[in-house]
Ligand binder design. Sequence first.
Ligand code: CA
Length: 220
Amino acid sequence: MRVLVVEDEEPITSAIERGLTKLGYAVDTAFDGAEALEKATVNSYDVICLDLNLPRIDGIEVCRRLREDRYTGSIIMLTARSGIRDRIEGLDTGADDYLVKPFAFSELAARIRAITRREGGLREPVLNTRGLELDPNTNRTRRDGREIHLTPKEFALLYYLARNEGRAVPQEELLEHIWDEHANPFTQTVKVHMNNLRRKLNEDFGEQLIETIRGKGYVL
Ligand code: CA
């Protein structure tokens, strides 16, 4: 799940970024409206947290242009104004939800969970395959009924492979979907997480679930 946080107040941006990263989201940041639109054109986001008061292009206008450009992910407006008119304007231009500042981080996290569940009810189902049970709402992982404890990144890797079962997924595609823009494509990041994931998955189980296909990627 990839999130863009758009907010010009640096302490707020980095607090949200830290919190969401800890929960296993891939997080990018933008500090003004123009940067937000640029990033949304280049990357595909599941959720955009969008401050209303932004330099260069304000949040309402960003929201309007995102929807015009057929952005189909979720938008949560962050607003210091609690006026009913601003809320209605935000929702009218295509926001899915809004939060009035100051808000507790846990509330933002809950809204993101709720919104992605609502929209992604069909997009992110519990997956059952090859003895695995993967619940993206709780990150709960079971193999043959036995619980396996995965980190959020390991879970995201496994879930992505399970969703693409039978297809060799290139490392770059995993980086694009599961990591954020700071991930260096030339490092061993994917490999290291993949090794840990495999070790946990195969402990006490005979069969390897994830295969490496040389030059092509990973396949479940
Ligand atoms: Ca602001």
